[in-house]
Ligand binder design. Structure first.
Ligand SMILES: [Mg+2]
Length: 205
């Protein structure tokens, strides 16, 4: 499935290759992802919170996706497929924070796209499966992130997630503004120039 998300193999001609050919733009994207994750490590960020609609995927489902899971998997932005793989490999915790109530569907998407770990990525959405009882902000995605962080810390002894060690990526500028105001790192994803998000992460201080 990831092969599908990250680009289709080139067909025809030449001798058989052990792996598909990687295009220059794909190689460039992979390098940028690697640099972005290095920056996260330098900044001691241990928790990446990703919005789903129009951020991780390139469509807005409106919380009412009626297509198949595989169709939704095909909408994962390649840079996010790569970023999630690299982030996970670096030992950085990941969660999906969304206003969508279709959390079960999102879990299926993650399981399909990342068979080795997708099923263990916490999802906080509007599905009434969780409440956040802590003292933190309940605006924007703040309580989604706080609740997911609690789950992650509960399942990983020694993991300590703080506001300063958290990064939110979201296409909704309001959520980004609320996060920054609450002293949580956040990067706005411009859906029309989504590749820039990697440069923006690389420039974070
Ligand atoms: Mg969104």
């Amino acid at each position: 499935m990831l092969r599908h998300i990250l680009g289709k193999p080139k067909e025809g001609g030449g001798r058989p290759r052990p792996d598909r050919e990687i295009s220059d733009s794909e190689r460039q994207m992979m390098e940028k992802c690697g640099r972005a994750v290095s920056r996260l490590e330098e900044l001691k960020i241990n928790f990446l919170a990703l919005d789903f609609d129009l951020t991780t995927i390139d469509v807005h489902t409106g919380g009412k996706w009626e297509g198949t899971t595989d169709e939704l998997v095909s909408h994962i932005r390649p840079i996010f497929a790569r970023l999630i793989l690299d982030t996970h490999a670096a030992g950085i915790a990941i969660a999906i924070v969304t206003f969508s109530p279709q959390t079960r569907r999102i879990t299926e998407v993650l399981e399909r796209a990342f068979p080795e770990f997708g099923g263990s990525i916490p999802i906080r959405g509007r599905d009434r499966s969780w409440t956040y009882e802590g003292q933190g902000s309940k605006e924007g995605k703040q309580h989604h992130m706080a609740s997911a962080a609690e789950e992650l810390m509960g399942s990983r002894p020694g993991l300590r997630i703080t506001k300063d060690s958290t990064l939110l990526i979201d296409d909704d500028a309001n959520n980004v503004r609320i996060a920054l105001h609450d002293h949580v790192r956040a990067v706005w994803l411009n859906p029309n120039r989504h590749h820039r998000v990697l440069d923006d992460i690389g420039r974070m201080s």
